[in-house]
Design a protein around this ligand. Sequence first.
Ligand SMILES: [Zn+2]
Length: 102
Amino acid sequence: MGSVIFTRECRQCGREKPIEEFRVSTMKGARRRECKECQKKGWAKYRKKHRLDWDHVQRRRLSQQQYADRNREARRVYARHYQREYRKKHKAFLKMLDEKSQ
Ligand SMILES: [Zn+2]
């Protein structure tokens, strides 16, 4: 008795590979027709084709970074305020515990 290995022929490279080499598509719940290797190659091709879009993504990321810098001070003020409020509540809670234990 040998273990059965399921294989599938890749649509891209035509090679027969074990079923694990084919990702399950989250959209359809079925295994893809291309092996992981070919999928990877496909993504590389896709990225090359959409490099301009990629540049756009990078630019947007940069502007987001600038936005974050501008908001850092505001966030620090907010964090300080929040901490103060937290400490106030915490103190009240500790006081309550103290009163209970006495
Ligand atoms: Zn393949």
